[in-house]
Design a protein around this ligand. Structure first.
Ligand code: SAM
Ligand code: SF4
Length: 354
């Protein structure tokens, strides 16, 4: 079912019983509390990872992207409604001009104790520059995406990225006191045989690592199935040389964690195409244009930009958020297995944010 954006008139109309919904904490129709917001602050990026973007991506006009002030208002509205964790993402969040001012503003919610965690997902290319500031603004843990430790392969996968710069960024973050989790997309033929080495490297530096399956999001060049690598197969291969024990950690997200006895570190497996995590889903995603997607794997959204821009009070915004949460679906409907299938969801991860 496609949920069209709502007009300002609709949004400003008296909410019906469902739209009024609960106040804090936000609870969806399936009884799940929404405590985690992922928000994209830009669709732009200095890399062009082949599974994420097409080579000649067209980016959004600046006027369509929320201003830093609007992003702060939006995040603050969610914090008032009980969101306890905010992840800033993109595109590459650290290429957004003056992005530190948003972190600086949001840190007031950490200081007041209303927000438990402010974090980000980054490709690390700008971390050498920003790590100290991030720490000063209350960020303590970050996710860094890295799919290979081979400089040439890195350049190919990201279409031009420099591995050295990323490794310098990771080092700067560690020195600044930020804890890092590495995210690695498992890619058939490209990094599948390098995965044990990446795990050893990460664990050797005290960083946990999460493996991700490619998701059918947005048109990219080529057939995504060429590089789809099922994680059960990766796990089976790891078990041939290592001792994996399941851990009972639940983040409300799609990752399942194991401990590796030989390296002493943790590995997460994100299999977004399975439905096993939907029942505990505690998150929503907001794009840099202010659309709230209640599920990564579905097209339905509610527009929050109109109420943000056309109502200086937060009344219309609050109603739109409640209306959106009232429409969070029970589960996603991804499927990558269909031969020659187009994207299950037409928007790119860089728009929705990972
Ligand atoms: N630029 C930042 C980065 O790369 O960490 C943040 C945004 S990026 C869209 C967030 C995460 O989404 C990255 O870990 C990336 O590998 C992942 N990602 C992007 N497109 C994907 C896809 N089609 N399937 C699976 N993961 C994807
Ligand atoms: Fe950029 Fe991240 Fe997408 Fe790679 S995965 S192109 S770094 S947004």
């Amino acid at each position: 079912m496609l949920d069209r954006p709502h007009t300002p008139e609709e949004l400003n109309a008296e909410p019906d019983a469902q739209a009024a919904g609960p106040t804090a904490p936000l609870t969806d129709p399936f009884g799940r509390s929404i405590s985690y917001l992922r928000i994209s602050v830009t669709d732009r990026c200095d890399f062009r990872c082949f599974y994420c973007m097409s080579e000649h991506m067209t980016f959004l006009p600046k006027t369509e992207v929320l201003t830093l002030e609007e992003l702060d208002r939006l995040c603050t509205a969610f914090v008032r409604k009980g969101v306890r964790k905010i992840r800033i993402t993109g595109g590459e969040p650290l290429v957004r001009r003056d992005i530190m001012s948003l972190f600086a503003k949001l840190s007031r919610h950490l200081d007041s104790g209303t927000l438990n965690e402010l974090t980000l997902t980054t490709n690390a290319s700008q971390l050498a520059h920003y790590s100290k500031d991030l720490y000063a603004h209350g960020v303590r843990r970050i996710n860094v995406s890295l799919d290979t430790l081979d400089p040439q392969k890195f350049k190919t996968l990201t279409r031009g990225g420099k591995l050295e710069r990323v490794l310098q960024g990771i080092e700067a973050a560690r020195t600044a006191g930020l804890r890092i989790k590495i995210n690695t997309v498992a890619l058939k033929k490209l990094n599948e045989h390098e995965i044990p080495h990446i795990i050893e490297w990460a664990h050797g530096l005290g960083m946990d690592l999460t493996l991700i399956e490619t998701m059918p999001l947005g048109e990219v060049d080529g057939d995504r199935m060429d590089h789809y690598l099922p994680l059960p197969l990766v796990r089976q291969r790891l078990e041939e040389s290592w001792t994996l024990s399941d851990l009972e950690i639940s983040t409300g997200g799609p990752a399942r964690y194991v401990k590796i006895a030989e390296t002493g570190g943790k590995v997460g497996f994100i299999t977004p195409l399975s439905h096993t995590f939907c029942a505990s889903c505690n998150r929503v995603r907001v794009t840099c244009t202010g659309r709230i997607y209640m599920c990564l794997g579905q097209e339905a959204y509610v527009d929050l930009k109109e109420p943000l821009r056309y109502d200086a009070s937060d009344d219309a915004l609050n109603r739109a958020i409640e209306r959106a949460i009232g429409r969070k679906p029970e589960a996603h409907d991804f499927a990558i297995e269909r031969p020659n299938a187009g994207p299950a969801v037409s928007r790119h991860m860089s728009v929705t944010g990972g």
